[in-house]
Design a protein around this ligand. Structure first.
Ligand code: CO
Length: 211
């Protein structure tokens, strides 16, 4: 059997089992989506949002890209953010990176990955530059990569806070909380590294005063 056919076969078994467990399951989910969380994670296949947080379909709204980046010109990310915050009214936005991230490692090399990937990884190089003194002082390469992973998550949370989407929701509804987490591929544990709330302050350059 081809691996692609196996996916469809497994899907049939999963759907049948779900329905057996809870006959109303699909009927109920098809009418309503009220997730409390928006997850911005890495596309890495080893970091599935629902599985590592013990949540079910319907509980987490998900956006994933290489190295869980929040880039202010990314229409895809911004559309997901706008919909989750303004329409679904999520209470929490989580940026979850992971140790051993290929995107972070790639950005720390001088390799030419061709222009499109270079352009994406450039954003991670910019995070390195912002924290260059701290990172350059870490001799061990794996520890330096781990620290950049944490600082990258922190920086992406700050990028969220710089959007009018988040600032408007903070001003009007005192939500969502923003969280920066890093998942450990080696032990399965999530480490919270950064958090912001509606009373957090950001560089005033990025603050809107006429929302
Ligand atoms: Co990754």
């Amino acid at each position: 059997m081809y691996s692609i056919d196996k996916l469809l076969l497994e899907n049939k078994a999963w759907a049948a089992e779900k329905k057996l467990d809870d006959p109303e399951y699909f009927e109920r989910l098809s009418h309503l989506q009220t997730p409390e969380f928006l997850w911005i994670g890495c596309s890495d296949s080893r970091v599935p949002a629902n599985e590592i947080t013990g949540t079910q379909p319907g509980e987490i709204f998900v956006h994933r890209n290489i190295a869980n980046m929040v880039i202010h010109t990314d229409v895809n990310l911004l559309s997901v953010l706008e919909y989750a915050v303004s329409h679904l009214k999520v209470k929490h936005v989580i940026v979850c990176g992971h140790y051993g991230c290929g995107g972070i490692k790639a950005a720390m090399t001088k390799h030419d990955f061709k222009q499109v990937l270079n352009m994406w990884l450039r954003n991670i190089k910019d995070v390195y530059r912002l924290h260059r003194d701290e990172l350059d002082s870490i001799g061990d390469e794996e520890k330096r990569t781990d620290r950049l992973t944490e600082l990258n998550v922190q920086e992406q949370v700050l990028h969220l806070a710089k959007t009018s989407i988040i600032q408007r929701a903070w001003q009007n509804e005192q939500r969502p909380q923003l969280h920066g987490w890093v998942y450990g591929l080696k032990d399965g544990f999530i480490k919270p590294v950064f958090q912001m709330n509606s009373d957090s302050h950001i560089d005033s350059l990025y603050e809107y005063d006429d929302l």
